[in-house]
Design a protein around this ligand. Sequence first.
Ligand code: AMP
Ligand code: ZN
Length: 463
Amino acid sequence: MLKLYNTLTREKEEFHPIKQNVVTMYSCGPTVYNYAHIGNLRTYVFMDMLRRSLRYCGYKIKGVMNITDVGHLLSDADDGEDKMEKAAKEQKKTPREIADYYTEIFFKDLTRLNIGKPEIIAKATEHIPDMISYVQDLVKKGYGYETSDGIYFDIAKFDGYGKLSRLNLDEQIAGARVEVNTEKRHPADFALWKKAEKNHIMQWESPWGMGYPGWHIECSAMSRKYLGVTFDIHTGGVDHIPVHHENEIAQSEAREGAKTVNTWMHGEFMLVDGGKMSKSLGNTYTIDNLIERGYSPLAFRYFCLNAHYRKKLNFTFEGMDAAQTAYTRLLETLYKHKTSAESTEPQKLDGYIKEFRSAVEDDLNLPLALGVLWTMTKEKPSNDIYKTALLFDEVLGLDLKAARAPEKANDEPVPDEVKALAEKRLAARKNKDWAESDRLREQIAALGYSVTDGKDGFTVKKM
Ligand code: AMP
Ligand code: ZN
């Protein structure tokens, strides 16, 4: 019996979809104004693990993911600059060009990480009329009110506000920043629709003049459109709990007069070197950055699978080195089985299959499931073990069919020129001169070598 942890109830619950065999699922997608960093991607690896696990347990999936290609303001509150427009101005492109460019790269990242695309990809800009009529309904029902700069949701009218984050209204107010909008009835009221200032690039006609949607409305409107009033699972990162998902619940339940999501699931954050990722620290790595450093995208996926999705995961290059080594060793160990003509007793295989399944069913305990796979590979070589590993790979997505013979050790010495560049790069890193460090990495790569950073220095390898 599959059990999933529901953020709403803070409990692991037996999972029973509304329709017997099809799971309806909505995942908050990216805001496409920049490259996805490895933290964002951890959240989509989690989404993919969940989708794969559901399929493994016999369900079909109707999944929707949104692409936020309308402006999403710089703060979760309703003011600040529009992220999409800011990127467009900086890069001298239109918001459409920015959105299309980063959407394509996002999809490429998903492919490289073996993350299956949800069945329906819904772009916010293609659903503006759905959002407008959604807001109109909320206004008609008395939950939305107009101010001089937009339409706001009146949270005092909605009884359950705060039930997902378990914050009461006073705590919400204490957390809110100094209020600038004096027309709002409550400081935590949030925008459903904003009236556009003249210079706002992205704007649409609406019953309230030219404007653009508030951030949260797209997820309520698009999940309703594709999945109906109530659907099974909603996913996102933990940062969405207190604002975005709280507001989504308010909008959706107010409009429908019903519970709209049965199970809320959230992926924990990825940290880098024990702290937050931020541009100023130079640690918002992308998948391309990892590839440049000689890691394979699937080694990053392995790194993610090694931690439970509800635990924080601290990214370090030492950890990434260990993941890459373990992943390579897994492929090499499986090769013995792939090339074996021997078989294994069915009872033994069944034992592993049961253990694997019960780990998956226990709120996606994939670190444990991975452990079962490892134990199984220690059996004497047999093609049945390889076939069973491929079955497990339906959940793990590690491309285990690529099992290969160990590479012959390369004992050619690293040229002095490359070593000297790597030493210079280490010095630059110690000075936190990331630009110089990246430049030197490119120079090393041009000579056919990759460099990876470790606790006590670096390792240089032929590419
Ligand atoms: P955004 O494009 O900012 O909406 O973020 C896309 C997804 O990445 C959201 O589901 C966020 O919750 C998630 N996310 C953002 N930062 C991190 C992080 N450091 N670790 C894990 N997930 C994250
Ligand atoms: Zn959302």
